[in-house]
Design a protein around this ligand. Structure first.
Ligand code: PHE
Length: 466
C-alpha cells in the first residue's frame, strides 16, 4: 500500500518554511559585504531587478517541478522526463555535500551564542580567538553535534509537525530580531582614536546610495555576476530544496503568490542584514572593516564591533547570534529534508530510517570537516582561493561547480525539452493566471542559461571579471 505523502498544512507554512531555507548565512555574511563592495544602491537595484526576473524564474521552476512530480529531488527529474534521472542524482548530491559543513558552521554559531550568553563576548574579540576555537580537537565537534541533533530532531518529526511548526515560530522571531538590531545599528556613534566621529547613518549611506564612481563596463558586469551568484545561492535553488518543499505543497495553493512572498521575505531580510551590519562595522572599524565577509566577518570582525560597543555589546551580540542561529537552523533543516525526502521517495524508506541514514552520513562528514582544522590539516589551492581546508573544498564543489550545472541543466530540461508550458500549467493548475508568463519563457529558455553559464565560468575561475 502506498503510504500517504506528507504535506504542508497551509500556504503560510510553506512560505515560511521556504523563506526559512532562503534566509541563511548568505543573507547575513555575504549580501551586506557585496552591497558595500559593489557600489551600495547600485548592487541593490541590480539585485532587485534580477530577483524579479531571473530569481523568480528559477524559484518557480523548482517549486513547480516538486509539486508536479510529488517526489524528492532524486526522483523528481526522471518523473518529469524519462532519462533525466542523472540530474536528480546531481540535485541530491548538492545538499548531501552541503549538509556536513553547514552543520560545522552551525556549531560555530552555537559556540558564539554560548559565549555571549555567558557574558564573555569580549573574549571573542581577542585576536586568535576564532582560530584557536576551530582548531581545537573536541569543542567544534561537540558544538556541531548540538546543532546537528536539533536539525535531525525536527526532520524526524516530519514536514508538518517538524518543519512547518518550527518555521511558524522561528521566522516571526527572526524578523523581529533583525528589525530590532538594524534599528539599533542606525543609532550608534563612535569617536575613533584619530578623533574622527563616525555614525551609523553614514554607514547606511554606503549601503544604500548608488555609487557609480569609476564604473566601467567590466566593473558593471562584475557587479551583475556578483548579484546573480548571491541571488542564486540565497534563494536556495539548485540544491534540491525547493523541489522537496514544492512536493509538499497542496495542488490548490496559489504558487505565483507564494513565490513572490518567499522572494520578498528573503530580499527584505538581506537588505535589513545590510542595515544591521554595514553601519555597525563602518562606525567602529571604518572603511577597512567593510573588507571582510563570510566567517571572518561573523566570527572575527563582528565580535570586535560588539566589544567596542561597551556594555550594550554583549546584549546585542547575544541577540545577533540567536538570530543567526535561527537563520542557520531553518536552512540546515531544508538541506537535510532535501536528502531525506529523496531517500524516502527513491528507496521507499520510512522517515525514521531515512533520517538516520542521512544523519550518519552528515555526522561522519562533519567530523571530517572539523578534523580538517587540526589532525587532517592541509592547505589546498582552488582556482578561487589559496590555503583552503576541507570545508572550503566541499563548498567549492557544491556551490561553484555542481549548483550552476544543475541549474543550467534544469533550464535546458524545462526550456527546451519538456517546454516552459509544463511549468506554466503547473502554476496555473489551481486557477488564476501566472504573472510575468512571457518573461518567464524568455528567462528560462535564453537569459537564465546564458547568465548561469557566465557565472559558472567565473566560479570555476575560467574567466576573471576582476
Ligand atoms: N539560502 C541560504 C542562504 O542564503 C543558503 C543555504 C540554504 C545554504 C540551505 C545551505 C542550506 O544562506
Amino acid at each position: 500500500m502506498e503510504h500517504k505523502r506528507s504535506s504542508f498544512g497551509g500556504t503560510l507554512g510553506f512560505v515560511l518554511a521556504a523563506a526559512g531555507s532562503a534566509v541563511g548565512l548568505g543573507n547575513i555574511w555575504r549580501f551586506p559585504y557585496l552591497a558595500a563592495k559593489d557600489g551600495g544602491g547600485l548592487f541593490i537595484i541590480i539585485y532587485l531587478v534580477l530577483a524579479l526576473t531571473f530569481g523568480f524564474s528559477l524559484l518557480t521552476t523548482e517549486v513547480a517541478i516538486g509539486r508536479k512530480s510529488k517526489q524528492g529531488p532524486l526522483t523528481a527529474y526522471s518523473k518529469i522526463k524519462k532519462g533525466w534521472g542523472f540530474l536528480g542524482v546531481l540535485g541530491c548530491l548538492v545538499p548531501a555535500i552541503i549538509m556536513p559543513y553547514y552543520c560545522v558552521i552551525g556549531g560555530w554559531v552555537v559556540k558564539y551564542l554560548f559565549v555571549f550568553l555567558k557574558g564573555e563576548g569580549v573574549s571573542a574579540a581577542n585576536d586568535g580567538y576564532f582560530t584557536s576555537f576551530i582548531t581545537g580537537e573536541y569543542e567544534p565537534i561537540v558544538m556541531m553535534a548540538v546543532f546537528f541533533f536539533i536539525v535531525a530532531f525536527v526532520i524526524f518529526l516530519g514536514v508538518n509537525k517538524g518543519i512547518e511548526s518550527m518555521s511558524k515560530v522561528i521566522m516571526p522571531i527572526l524578523i523581529v530580531l533583525v528589525i530590532g538590531i538594524a534599528a539599533f545599528s542606525l543609532t550608534i556613534k563612535y569617536e575613533a582614536d584619530d578623533g574622527t566621529v563616525r555614525t551609523g547613518l553614514q554607514g547606511l549611506k554606503i549601503l544604500l546610495v548608488p555609487n557609480l564612481e569609476g564604473i566601467t563596463a567590466g566593473k558593471f558586469l562584475n557587479v551583475l555576476v556578483d548579484a546573480m551568484g548571491q541571488l542564486f545561492f540565497s534563494l536556495s535553488v539548485a540544491m534540491g530544496i525547493m523541489i522537496a518543499y514544492g512536493s509538499y505543497v497542496s495542488d490548490k495553493a496559489n504558487l505565483s503568490k507564494s513565490i513572490n512572498q518567499i522572494e520578498i521575505f528573503d530580499t527584505v531580510v538581506a537588505v535589513l542584514a545590510g542595515v544591521m551590519i554595514i553601519p555597525a562595522v563602518f562606525t567602529f572599524m571604518g572603511q577597512e572593516g567593510l573588507d571582510s565577509s563570510g566567517p571572518g566577518l561573523m566570527f572575527i570582525s563582528l565580535p570586535k564591533v560588539f566589544a567596542a560597543m561597551g556594555k550594550a555589546g554583549n546584549v546585542i551580540g547575544c541577540l545577533f547570534f540567536a538570530m543567526v542561529l535561527f537563520a542557520a537552523l531553518t536552512s540546515a533543516i531544508s538541506i537535510m529534508e532535501a536528502v531525506v525526502s529523496s531517500f524516502i521517495d527513491a528507496f521507499k524508506m520510512s522517515r525514521l530510517k531515512a533520517t538516520v541514514l542521512e544523519g550518519v552520513i552528515a555526522l561522519a562528514g562533519a567530523v571530517v570537516v572539523c578534523l580538517g582544522y587540526n589532525k587532517l590539516y592541509f592547505e589546498a589551492k582552488l582556482p578561487t582561493a589559496d590555503g583552503v581546508q576541507i570545508l572550503d573544498i566541499l563548498d567549492y564543489i557544491s556551490n561553484n561547480i555542481l549548483m550552476p550545472i544543475v541549474a543550467i541543466a534544469t533550464c535546458i530540461l524545462i526550456g527546451w525539452v519538456v517546454k516552459p508550458k509544463t511549468v506554466i500549467d503547473e502554476v496555473e493548475k489551481s486557477g488564476g493566471v501566472m504573472s510575468r508568463k512571457k518573461l518567464y519563457v524568455v528567462m528560462i529558455k535564453y537569459v537564465a542559461p546564458v547568465l548561469l553559464f557566465i557565472l559558472f565560468l567565473k566560479s570555476v575561475g575560467i574567466i576573471n571579471l576582476g
